[in-house]
Design a protein around this ligand. Structure first.
Ligand SMILES: [Zn+2]
Length: 340
């Protein structure tokens, strides 16, 4: 009896379906409330290759809903990507998993997603979602959107069969999503679990039975009130977006120079310097920081607390500065503590 026998016993899957699952190459972008659940489901189901992309490290407040992490991951401040990979390989050592500690951006998306044939959404912001959406539509690969806040969920599969994409559905980030994030408003773990479970299910349906088996429907559900809504995408999308109509994908154009990004709801700003620009070597910087304040040096990052601010520096020069949402202040703190 093989380890997937209970799954392949499903008439919808069978041995043929299991082979398709085993040969699938899937990226999960964001390993938080949604991504940690869908990653575990994918690993247990035997998805042959998983690419786990996340820009952040594990914190104690994650443990309430992010199923892959432990207290020691949070205490050590491990990267979510590598911690996920390590835990998942103990669950299934027969699949291949690649951990990527990176912020998915216009400049690196083509490189990072070049070797996958489906993307599951585990992100917490519409900027990254639009980016993945555009890449997926342009390259005709499925992108399974999911979002969860408080007790509510939304799921929609952008599949390469001409159906409306996420931009067609939401030309602007939905207010519920942009105004609230998990840090500011709450989230019940069962809402994110439900969302990720449905995303995983749609992925398996797509892999085994193709796009035609999944209706172009936006699904909204509230685990608290138990209300479920199914909204036809064609009715919801008033008109098709530029990408779908004319093949213009603005988000995919790379930007040059140092990029500053306010991390909404987290009281933090991320600074991504241009590759090779403006930072001294990682080793000497973490050495320099050691003398100045409270410093934690992990395998992939160094974190220091100076005055009211916490700086987390990753090896590629990316920094997350907590304690401000002001990009100008963040840039000046960056120049003071990171810049050469
Ligand atoms: Zn579109």
């Amino acid at each position: 009896m093989n380890r997937y026998s209970r799954q392949s016993a499903l008439t919808q899957i069978g041995d043929e379906g299991q082979k398709k699952i085993a040969s699938a190459r899937v990226a999960i972008v964001g390993l938080g409330a949604l991504g940690s659940v869908s990653a575990q489901l994918c690993a247990r189901a035997g998805i042959g290759f998983l690419k786990l992309i996340d820009r952040d490290i594990v914190e104690k407040t994650n443990l309430q809903r992010q199923v892959l992490f432990t207290e020691s991951d949070a205490n050590e401040g491990r990267a979510k990507s590598t911690a996920s990979k390590d835990h998942l390989q103990t669950i299934n050592s027969e699949i291949k998993i690649e951990a990527v500690l990176e912020d998915l951006r216009g400049e690196n998306i083509a490189e990072l997603l070049r070797d996958v044939d489906a993307v599951l959404d585990g992100t917490d912001n519409f900027e990254t979602r639009y980016l993945i959406n555009d890449f997926a539509v342009k390259n005709k690969i499925p992108y399974i959107y999911g979002g969860a806040i408080e007790t509510r969920s939304m799921v929609y599969s952008v599949l390469p069969d001409g159906r409306p994409c996420l931009r067609c559905l939401f030309p602007q980030a939905p207010t519920a999503d942009s105004a609230q994030t998990c840090d500011r408003s709450g989230i019940l773990a069962s809402a994110s679990h439900w969302t990720a479970a449905l995303q995983f299910t749609q992925l398996v349906r797509y892999l085994t039975q193709g796009a035609a088996s999944i209706e172009p429907v936006l699904i909204q559900q509230d685990v608290w009130s138990e209300e479920v809504k199914r909204i036809q995408a064609a009715e919801f999308a008033a008109e098709r977006c530029e990408g779908c109509r004319n093949g213009i994908f603005a988000a995919l154009h790379s930007q040059s120079g140092t990029q500053t990004l306010k991390l909404c709801g987290r009281n933090a700003v991320q600074i991504q310097p241009e590759p090779g620009q403006g930072i001294i070597s990682w080793n000497s910087l973490s050495e320099r920081w050691k003398d100045r304040g409270q410093v934690l040096v992990g395998t992939d990052f160094a974190r220091a607390t100076f005055e009211h601010y916490e700086l987390t520096l990753f090896k590629n020069g990316r920094v997350i500065i907590k304690g401000t949402e002001d990009p100008a202040l963040a840039r000046s703190l960056y120049a003071r503590w990171v810049g050469c």
